[in-house]
Design a protein around this ligand. Structure first.
Ligand code: PLP
Length: 467
């Protein structure tokens, strides 16, 4: 056990409930728990009107619990902020790599958002969920020929990342089809203070055209009848709390838009990327969705005035800040290992297979015991996963009440880059996900079975033991 200072206040899981200041107008990305979270008379955590320990009894664990209200509220806040602060046309597209599945795509589509996809698989899912191809944007730094053909056929917009892709697309188009709508992704050279692995806007990045190449790219594209270059795109990184980098980005991008216009490119759209962070711990203090949108809109409006440019159609691509805070993961506590004067390990029935972020990015999470929300958090323990990997620690230093086997441990802020990065490591079946709203829970992802785990295994005849 780690000894903490005596002055630290002893609190309970209730400290993470959405505060009244967050209320109905609260920005979901500033709340550790989904906005509908409460504690019921049994002292249990409730999300979307559903008792969390009961959900675990009914659907098993680990269980992703997605709160529909929080997700929809985030969609609306983005949409409304653009209406409020941007006098031109705008579009919010969900960066679906955060969590791409049919139900999530259908929800964001019903809120009037578009979607960005980064693979044929994500594109297929978005289409099957009913997303209109006119608002689908296809990203990626190494799209395959098959993926490009698929994207061209369905008529979505392709965000072109590099020369190979540009030349491939220019050749692919036959004269009978309308030109392919493309955006050009560029690396704007803007630094932001986030984890190195998720910084993508600086020059040493695998994504996008380097600014030095851009004029050649503009010149080339302007000669291609098969391509209609409708705008520019940049994405500077993820889990960003500062507003300055995005403000800087608006001017840099509008300067490039103005340059592109001199090549007679019909550049009408500016896609500013995503990246707004969310609160994973009480120390995190991200700006609200409203503030983030306001800074970007004001930046673009000011840049257009300075450069004497018409307002572009402004596109933003939030992923994490749309869905991250809308979901929690419920686990069941199993074994414990106490190493006297050093540490106590409390083990849960999942880990790096359902949430690879701690082991990949050293991400920090907070947890509560959902069946004892008012219990004082008197312990400092490590919450360990069940995988055969010493690094499989969900939370290195978790403040929790005394735990016992069978408790429901809930990790907060797991909506983004958890399910979408999940694996079957150690052949753990992937968890189920339920969508909760007004006391109802619907399965949106079935729990995988052992049969599912071997469904693509092939056993060549010669390996089958005879007799
Ligand atoms: C990942 C990504 C996003 C979304 O990033 P968030 O930090 O989740 O908002 C947007 N655009 C592109 C191109 C991305 O790769």
């Amino acid at each position: 056990m780690i000894v903490t200072s005596a002055t630290e206040a002893v609190t309970s899981g209730r400290q993470y409930l959405p505060t009244s200041s967050l209320g109905s107008a609260g920005s979901p990305n500033q709340s550790l728990l989904p906005l509908t979270a409460t504690v019921n008379k049994n002292d249990h955590l409730e999300v979307g009107g559903c008792d969390v320990p009961s959900l675990v009894r009914r659907f098993g664990s680990p269980l992703y619990i997605l709160d529909e209200e929080t997700l929809r509220r985030a969609c609306r806040q983005y949409h409304q902020a653009f209406q409020r602060y941007y006098p031109g046309e705008s579009l919010v597209i969900y960066a679906s790599k955060a969590w791409n599945c049919l139900a999530v795509c259908a929800i964001v589509a019903s809120e009037g958002l578009g979607i960005d996809v980064v693979s044929g698989g994500e594109l297929y899912t978005a289409l099957r969920a009913g997303m209109n191809p006119e608002v689908i944007y296809f990203h990626g730094n190494n799209k395959s020929i098959d993926e490009l053909q698929f994207a061209v056929e369905v008529g979505c917009t392709i965000v072109v990342d590099n020369w190979l892709e540009l030349e491939t697309l220019a050749r692919m188009q036959d004269a009978l089809q309308p030109p392919t709508r493309i955006l050009l992704r560029l690396t704007p050279g803007i630094e932001c203070h986030t984890h190195d692995y998720i910084r993508t806007g600086h020059l040493d990045s695998k994504f996008g055209f380097d600014p030095d190449q851009l004029e050649d790219v503009f010149a080339f594209v302007s000669q291609q009848p098969a391509l209609e270059c409708v705008g520019l795109h940049a994405h500077i990184g993820s889990q960003i709390f500062e507003l300055q980098p995005h403000q800087d980005l608006t001017m840099v991008m509008m300067q490039w838009m103005s340059k592109a216009a001199t090549y007679n490119l019909p550049v009408r759209e500016l896609d500013i990327g995503g990246g707004l962070g969310i609160r994973y711990t009480e120390q995190d203090d991200p700006p609200s969705i409203d503030e983030w949108v306001r800074v970007i809109c004001e930046g673009v409006v000011a840049a257009c005035e300075t450069l004497q440019m018409p307002l572009p159609k402004l596109i933003a691509e939030p992923g994490r800040s749309l869905i991250g805070s809308a979901c929690v993961t419920a686990y069941t506590v199993g074994s414990q290992k106490v190493i006297p004067n050093l540490r106590t390990y409390v083990t849960v029935d999942g880990g790096m297979s359902d949430n690879p972020r701690p082991i990949t990015y050293q991400s920090i999470y907070r947890a509560v015991i959902a069946n004892r929300m008012s219990a004082e958090m008197t312990e400092m323990v490590a919450v360990a996963g069940k995988h055969c990997e010493s690094g499989d620690i969900v939370i290195k230093e978790a403040r929790l009440p005394q735990t016992k086997s069978g408790d429901t441990l809930v990790v907060m802020g797991t909506g983004a880059y958890n399910y979408s990065m999940a694996s079957n490591y150690n052949r753990l079946p992937r968890p189920a996900a339920v969508l909760v709203n007004a006391g109802e829970a619907d399965v949106i992802l079935k729990r995988e079975s052992y049969q599912d785990l071997i469904q693509h295994d092939c056993l060549p005849e010669k390996l089958v033991e005879k007799g």
